[in-house]
Design a protein around this ligand. Structure first.
Ligand SMILES: *Cc1c(COP(=O)(O)O)cnc(C)c1O
Length: 236
């Protein structure tokens, strides 16, 4: 199967999930996760007509993004989806169009200062740890609807980030528990969607769903899905 064939399959599955849930496929942006993929595979994605690419490591992205951008025939929207170490924050703003993985107030403050210094507005999503897994990054959002103290803390953090200059908070991002049952995965996505609705703010984007669970995420309201293996095959 070629990359173009795999993209077509994914698009058919997006359309099917939208049909099941009464949604328009135009509401769902497919972000192709190109981590560990070579530049020629990334260019095959662009040649197939997709323009949203996602990377999870600053170091790798800093090498590949200029190469792909130089060779591509269309403009590309670059998404940062991985955890950002403080000392790497400086490189993020010039490389990426949307930083999906803002997982702490500290990181947001740092990105805000850097964006301000470079006189630009940086679009971001807030990564929320809804599943409660210790291995996952994000603002703590596990059982947010049951735990009033946690909820107030989370709302305060979100409000503090939204008040920072030079950041444009467009929505929320999460990851489902790895290898969990469908019901548990669905619950995490539904919790993120309900959290967004509970925040009294304009946060249109919900980035959730990867190769193993994107149809469920779409049924639960995802506006962005982040897909790697379904397009490139297993990573090494
Ligand atoms: C790797 C990665 C993905 C894509 O995962 P696949 O299983 O390859 O679809 C999505 N989101 C994040 C944050 C990732 O790190």
């Amino acid at each position: 199967m070629s990359i173009a064939d795999n993209i077509q399959r994914v698009q058919e599955r997006i359309a099917a999930a939208c049909a099941r849930s009464g949604r328009n496929p135009r509401e769902v942006t497919l972000v192709v996760v190109t981590k560990q993929q070579p530049v020629d595979a990334m260019l095959a994605v662009v040649a197939a007509g997709l323009q949203h690419l996602g990377e999870n490591r600053v170091k790798e992205a800093a090498v590949k993004i200029p190469q792909v951008a130089a060779a591509a025939t269309q403009p590309i929207t670059w998404h940062m989806i991985g955890h950002i170490q403080s000392r790497k924050a400086k490189q993020v703003a010039p490389l990426f169009d949307l930083v999906q993985s803002v997982d702490s107030l500290r990181l947001a403050q740092r990105l805000s200062r850097l964006a301000q210094a470079s006189e630009r507005e940086l679009p971001i999503l807030l990564e929320i740890n809804v599943s409660g897994e210790a291995s996952k990054y994000g603002l703590t959002g596990y059982n947010w609807y049951k735990d009033a103290a946690l909820r107030e803390q989370l709302w305060r953090e979100v409000a503090a980030i939204m008040a920072l200059p030079s950041l444009e908070v467009r929505g929320l991002m999460t990851m489902a528990p790895f290898g969990a049952e469908e019901q548990a995965i669905r619950r995490v996505f539904a919790d993120l969607s309900a959290l967004r609705d509970s925040l009294d703010a304009d946060l249109p984007e919900l980035s959730m769903g990867m190769t193993d669970d994107f149809p469920i995420a779409i049924e639960e309201g995802a506006t962005m899905i982040r897909v790697g293996r379904a397009i490139f095959g297993e990573r090494k």
